[in-house]
Design a protein around this ligand. Structure first.
Ligand code: ADP
Length: 258
């Protein structure tokens, strides 16, 4: 079943009064169980596209549909469903995590509406422990602050927070790009495991084609706000039909065994 769909999606930003057309009339669909990679050089519009898919950014034209319902014009119940069902992990956990909150509260936050009394929040303790276990942070106390953790641990907190409302789609936007190389593989393996064990549909944005090949069965190649190629990851690697894709692939060091 199609979970997310972009129809004629277009986004123009204003920069010092001048229009920047970041996304140009994109159609895309993400089905349940997909592991979709979105690749392209910096500035090609990847973040803009996925932020619109997550309902975090308003399109200039076109529509995003979640489970067949347009999210602009969605009623409150449908919006709540989107907010719960589609979660994002960003590149830099230092800016995506509130530095003044303890990590246990950061992880628990998406579980509650702001009006819920503290007594109900107490029940979150168990769920937070379960989530910290899931992202292999069981050796960290929930009452520490983000700055007390390493970069890899902070990104695990961001992942735990994203998983808190048991989403069906996880959108990761360059989620491992800011991490040290030694930590990157561990977090990638964690994401791979979580996609399988938590039944997640994955949208994985990266400028790194090697990572996308490892993680994604389908991929979309973006350039200057449009999709220049899409298909099965292995088919595109074997036989890119677009010149730009061929150049991107040629710039990637070959993996042993490929
Ligand atoms: P990518 O994720 O592929 O690096 P982005 O979606 O971040 O691409 O950016 C696409 C284009 O939109 C770039 O030209 C970028 O400079 C521009 N852009 C992104 N965000 C903004 C913004 N908030 N205001 C103005 N221009 C933006």
């Amino acid at each position: 079943m199609t979970l997310l769909e972009a129809r004629g999606l277009d986004k123009t930003y204003r920069r010092s009064g001048n229009p920047v057309r970041a996304i140009r009339c994109i159609d895309l669909s993400v089905a349940s169980g997909d592991r979709l990679g979105i690749v392209g050089e910096s500035g090609s519009g990847k973040s803009t596209l996925v932020r619109m898919l997550a309902g975090l950014l308003e399109p200039s034209f076109g529509q995003v549909l979640y489970r067949g319902n347009p999210i602009n014009g969605a009623n409150r119940e449908q919006l709540r469903e989107l907010r719960r069902g589609v979660q994002m992990v960003f590149q830099d956990p230092r800016s995506s995590l509130n530095p003044r909150m303890r990590i246990g509260d950061i992880i628990a936050e998406p579980l509650f509406s702001p009006v819920q009394p503290r007594s109900i929040r107490a029940h979150a303790v168990e769920r937070v422990a379960e989530l910290m276990d899931l992202v292999e942070l069981d050796d960290v106390a929930p009452n520490v602050y983000p700055h007390e953790l390493s970069g890899g641990q902070r990104q695990r907190v961001a992942i735990a927070r994203a998983l808190a409302p048991a989403p069906e789609v996880l959108i990761a936007d360059e989620a491992v790009s800011a991490l040290d190389v030694s930590v990157r593989a561990h977090v990638l393996n964690l994401i791979t495991d979580l996609v399988a064990t938590q039944n997640l549909t994955l949208v994985f944005v990266s400028h790194d084609l090697t990572v996308v090949r490892h993680l994604c069965d389908r991929m979309v190649v973006m350039r200057d706000g449009v999709i220049v190629e899409q298909g099965r990851t292995e088919a595109i690697h074997a036989n890119p039909t677009d010149d730009y894709t061929a150049r991107l692939l040629a710039s990637v060091p070959r993996l042993p065994g490929h």
